[in-house]
Design a protein around this ligand. Structure first.
Ligand SMILES: Nc1ncnc2c1ncn2[C@@H]1O[C@H](COP(=O)(O)OP(=O)(O)OP(=O)(O)O)[C@@H](O)[C@H]1O
Ligand SMILES: [Mg+2]
Length: 271
């Protein structure tokens, strides 16, 4: 679905931001891209929807090259991006208008607008807030409205670019569970983050550092390379740090258990 082929990119005053990057995201996948600050993650999302163009190599969405101007309208309609700061994404005076605004931008037939907007708000649990002014919402609720606005446009791929990083744990949890739900419904997800405990839901993790791929694999495969994560200034999820310490005390927890709930259950049952 999304294909980076040997992509290199520099900003005018910043060289080698992305270096010979190749990866593919297939339809229906839930891919996480992780990397430290400044490693090029947001640049990847801008390259994906053709906001910026590769200096070398190609970015293709469903076979359409972002370098051809004529492809950009369809590519941008198919990819929805949720950004980091919920404050910067909402522009109208109430929740419902926010979703309608997005639909107007894609020239949705007026007869479908209300139904699509309501369905999208329902999906993220924000329909009861349809008349609320965005500034009265919590950060997590604002992100849910931003997601609804994107969902109403029926994208094929949704990129979450650090969309949870400004939220409290509760808000983060809600957004992650919405990502999971959307993935289960068949939407392709690209989750860009530097929180390692958020990648557990992904089917594939791509670790980048200094604009290059350092490692690719399932979350479990990635977590079993702690030195690589440390070299990339990424933190192990809390449950895994605990597990490694327990191993030092000779308390073994099976490989496949990677979250706190699983560990508590295992230890309880093995008393
Ligand atoms: N518009 C720009 N002009 C010049 N340099 C830029 C621009 N945007 C980003 N950069 C630089 O390019 C590099 C990669 O930036 P990018 O925003 O892609 O990283 P990131 O992984 O998303 O970082 P973060 O975790 O902070 O969001 C950084 O060194 C950054 O300073
Ligand atoms: Mg970024």
């Amino acid at each position: 679905m999304l294909c980076f082929e040997d992509v290199s990119f520099s900003y005018p005053n910043k060289k080698h931001v992305i270096q010979k990057l190749s990866f593919q995201i297939e339809k229906g996948e839930f891919v996480a891209i992780v990397g430290p600050n400044g490693s090029g993650k947001s640049t990847i999302s801008k390259l994906a929807d053709g906001l910026i163009l590769p200096k070398k190599g190609r970015v293709l969405f469903q076979g359409l090259d972002t370098k051809q101007k004529g492809n950009l309208a369809i590519i941008r309609k198919s990819i929805g991006i949720i950004f980091q700061n919920p404050e910067e994404q909402l522009i109208t005076t109430n929740v419902f208008d926010e979703v309608i605004f997005g639909l107007e931008n894609i020239a949705c037939p007026p007869s479908e607008m209300v139904e699509r907007a309501e369905a999208a708000l329902e999906k993220v649990g924000m329909l009861p807030f349809r008349e609320t002014e965005p500034h009265k919402l919590s950060g997590g609720q604002k992100q849910r409205v931003a997601i609804a606005a994107i969902l109403a446009m029926e994208p094929k791929l949704i990129i979450f670019d650090e969309s949870t990083s400004m939220l409290d744990p509760d808000g983060r949890h809600q957004i992650i569970s919405i990502m999971r739900q959307l993935h289960n419904e068949g939407i392709t997800i690209l989750h860009i983050t530097h929180h390692m405990d958020e990648v557990l839901s992904a089917t594939k993790v791509i670790v980048i550092n200094q604009g290059q791929i350092v490692s690719t694999g399932t979350p479990l495969e990635i977590f079993h390379k702690p030195q690589m994560l440390i070299d990339c200034r990424l933190e192990l999820p809390f449950a895994l740090k605990l597990k490694m310490q327990m191993q030092q005390e000779e308390v073994e927890v099976p490989m496949h258990i990677t979250d706190i709930e699983g560990m508590v259950e295992y230890l309880w049952n093995s008393r």
